[in-house]
Design a protein around this ligand. Structure first.
Ligand SMILES: [Zn+2]
Length: 308
């Protein structure tokens, strides 16, 4: 039988990544393009053109649908982008219906971190049992939760906003509109702020090589540990995945972060039985995760239009 593929897409603030993915996570024809260049001023029409051009180029392949990861909050039906702080024009947008109309194939969307988690679960062979927590620290603080094979999306679709847990008595404004969110202190944005203010001669990518023992950087790593320890205490997970650009920087002291997490988690358990898995660095993880998620939806029977 001819192999079938999903078009997997990972949309970030800087780059859009796209590729064909089969059921066994094989990736074909991976491409990367500048997000601003692709979305421009008419994001839906331009995204549709971008996908169509890619699909037409690969029209000898059997394509089941498109799965797109957005750095956004998404409604419970997984059709509407509610808010996308880092990309203009992607707020309150009924994107799935509009793309399906333009492309004439099924379209699925989810939060980018949920699709990254699919990749990490697959590549680490965790299977579909147990509680898996993903912590992805990039520009913001991303979090994904999966329980017994199902992504936890919550009552309104907004579960996993761990970066926005409040810090007592803090009044610093967060990009989300609230005051005193932990993301203000536990994110790539914070590391960049520290670099600009105190380490202006150091490249951002070398912050942990040169300053990992500096008290301010130690405090920063301690801040990263807090939301992670909180969620571990709540859910006592089977698997913990740590990823994102900050943790993948050269010289990032994993054992220091793990030590701070250990300090804050309940003893004896889950503290004595923690095992961390680190995401492999790669531009293609979100695209492969998107494709795998398409096949998962197919198996769940949640995409009837494809099954017919
Ligand atoms: Zn916030």
């Amino acid at each position: 039988m001819k192999p079938k593929y999903f078009i997997g897409i990972d949309i970030g603030g800087t780059n859009i990544r796209i590729g064909l993915v089969d059921k066994k996570s094989t990736l074909l024809y991976f491409e990367m393009e500048n997000t601003k260049k692709v979305l421009n001023n008419k994001p839906v029409e331009n995204l549709s053109k971008f996908i169509k051009a890619y699909k037409d180029k690969n029209d000898t392949y059997s394509i089941l649908g498109v799965v797109i990861g957005f750095p956004s909050t998404i409604d419970k039906s997984r059709k509407i982008l509610l808010s996308t702080p880092n990309i203009p024009g992607l707020n309150q947008l009924d994107i799935v219906s509009r793309l399906e109309k333009l492309l004439k194939i099924p379209v699925f969307i989810d939060r980018d971190v949920n699709l990254l988690l699919q990749y990490d679960i697959y590549s680490n062979k965790f299977g579909n049992k147990g509680i898996v927590l993903g912590f992805y620290i990039g520009t913001g603080f991303g979090n994904a939760i999966q329980i017994d094979g199902k992504i936890v999306i919550g009552c309104n679709g907004s579960a996993g906003e761990l970066g926005h847990i409040p810090i007592m008595n803090d009044q610093t404004p967060c990009q989300c509109g609230n005051l005193g969110c932990i993301e203000v202190y536990a994110s790539g944005k914070r590391l960049n702020y520290l670099k600009e203010k105190y380490f202006s001669n150091t490249n951002l990518s070398e912050m942990f090589i040169h300053h990992r023992d500096n008290p301010m950087i130690r405090e920063y790593i301690q801040h990263l540990a807090i939301p992670i320890a909180i969620e571990i205490n709540i859910l006592d997970p089977h698997y913990i995945i740590l990823g994102g650009g900050i943790l993948q920087m050269k010289g990032f002291p994993r054992h220091i972060l793990e030590g701070y997490i250990f300090e804050h988690v309940r003893k004896p358990y889950p503290a004595e039985n923690l095992k961390y898995y680190y995401s492999h660095e790669g531009q293609t993880n979100g695209v492969i995760g998107a494709g795998l998620y398409g096949f998962k939806k197919l198996e769940e029977g949640t995409c009837d239009s494809i099954r017919k």
